[in-house]
Design a protein around this ligand. Structure first.
Ligand code: EPU
Length: 419
């Protein structure tokens, strides 16, 4: 067990480099199952979730070499089509192997992900869509048992534009017979990155990044492609909020501006000055943070993955702010911890009502999920005095070298063993 100790109250200044996107890396690595040989991914973030998906593919028989930010993987000779509970329970995104396994091997046994700290997060839409493509799927003894003689292209309408659901169907449809049209598809940049990679391997995917994706099935996908993973918009957004929350001046190298419009708009709204640079963004903040209201929405709306970080920021705004969380029903575990630091925040249904206070005070706090952990780190750096954050393993799922990056911005932060 580890803890992070922060001495807050100092403006963060300098440069920070953003890495590859976790939520692009996970489907990309899963998609290697579809190929007729190996491939190489560059700009792979060094994160626990990336290790987990590699471990899962290795367990199935894939071979990989992960060196720094480079991953060579060959999943073309998988001998098990099984994703065990042990791994899926540590990372729900393991469900991303379901579509490719069905498409390539016509069978899969994948543990049904349970609920998690941020919501129930069912996978019914993944299952219904794959059934429409011709899979026979039973949910038995905690496992999704899927098989198919053949997958056939169909029209699929998603009730909710699910991100990993869209990715699973895109991957399955790539090797299906005929044309699959996904209506109300997720439009996230990570879906586009997956489609770009698969197209470079010979897939025929059109419309990724819009609400209608059309996949014309092909018989096989070429190997040996090298793909550069897009930069992580949530990591970038987190450092943007950090710069603003500590009244600092930070240049965020590699921040993907075109994926961050909603975040930029809100930060400018609270008073930050944001300059677009050739290779990123510069965020500066002086004076009092202005209050604002936020509603999380599917992309290109304001991302739920940035909600917790903005809650910390707005806790010291000059008035009242309301945040509506419309994607996940329980994504508020950071709130009671922020309250322990002196914030005045109430949760009512899917809204947080934030009355800005003058400052936060350091306190011992515990993170219960990844983005809550990021929001508590921001709060610790904003606060007067010392904060000790427990639940550090959540942070390691999605932020590479966070303490090193913050220390280089002159933030006082260190990790220690905790009993
Ligand atoms: N939903 C259903 N049924 C389904 C699938 C989704 O009801 O079969 C609901 C969910 O419960 C949720 C909504 O649809 O209310 C949207 O969920 P979505 O399926 O889009 O989420 P996801 O694909 O499981 C990805 C990211 C999350 C991010 C969400 C929303 C990955 C690996 N994960 O999850 O990232 O919050 O999209 O943008 O891409 C994170 O990085 O911290 C994280 C949680």
């Amino acid at each position: 067990m580890e803890k992070i100790i922060i001495k807050g109250g100092k403006p963060l200044c300098g440069k920070v480099k953003i890495g590859g996107a976790k939520n692009a890396a996970l489907p990309l690595i899963s998609s290697s199952i579809l190929l007729d040989g190996g491939c190489e991914f560059c700009n792979v973030p060094q994160l626990r979730d990336v290790e987990t998906i590699c471990k899962l593919l290795e367990l199935m028989g894939a071979e990989f070499e992960l060196k720094q930010h480079n991953l060579k993987i060959d999943a073309s000779n998988i001998n098990k089509t099984f994703a065990p509970y042990d791994l899926v329970k540590t990372m729900r995104a393991s469900i991303l192997v379901l579509g490719p396994l069905l498409a390539k091997y016509k069978k899969a046994r994948v543990s049904l992900p349970g609920g998690c700290a941020i919501g129930e997060r069912p996978v019914n839409l993944h299952i219904e869509a794959l059934r429409k493509l011709g899979a026979l799927i039973e949910v038995k003894n905690g496992y999704i048992e899927a098989k198919a003689k053949k997958l056939r292209g169909r029209e699929i309408y998603f009730d909710i534009p699910t991100v990993t659901g869209t990715e699973n169907v895109v991957m399955a449809a790539t090797l299906a017979d005929g044309v699959t049209t996904i209506l109300n598809a997720a439009q996230e940049p990570e879906v586009v990155d997956l489609a770009n990679f698969l197209n470079s391997c010979g897939a025929k995917i059109e419309g990724a990044g819009t609400e209608n994706i059309v996949v014309s099935g092909v018989s096989s996908l070429k190997a040996n492609k090298v793909h550069n993973i897009i930069f992580d918009r949530v990591e970038a957004g987190t450092y943007m909020v950090l710069a603003c929350a500590t009244k600092g001046d930070v240049e965020i190298i590699n921040a993907p501006y075109s994926h961050l419009h909603a975040v930029v708009e809100k930060l400018e709204g609270v008073g930050a000055s944001i300059n677009v640079k050739e290779n990123g963004l510069r965020v500066k903040m002086k004076g009092k943070i202005k209050h604002t209201d936020i509603k999380t929405m599917p992309y290109p709306g304001f991302p739920t993955d940035m909600q917790a970080q903005f809650t910390s920021l707005l806790s010291i705004a000059d008035g009242n702010s309301v945040i509506a969380e419309t994607i996940f029903e329980k994504r508020f575990s950071h709130v009671p911890e922020l309250v322990r630091m002196g914030a005045n925040i109430r949760v009512s249904g899917n809204h947080t009502i934030i009355e800005g206070v003058d400052h936060l005070n350091g306190a011992p706090i515990t993170a219960a999920d990844l983005r809550a952990a990021a929001s508590l780190i921001i709060a610790g750096l904003m606060a007067r005095g010392e904060t000790t954050m427990f639940g550090v393993h959540h942070l390691d799922r999605g932020y590479e070298n966070l303490e090193q990056k913050i220390s280089a911005l002159s933030g006082s932060i260190r990790r220690e063993k905790s009993e």
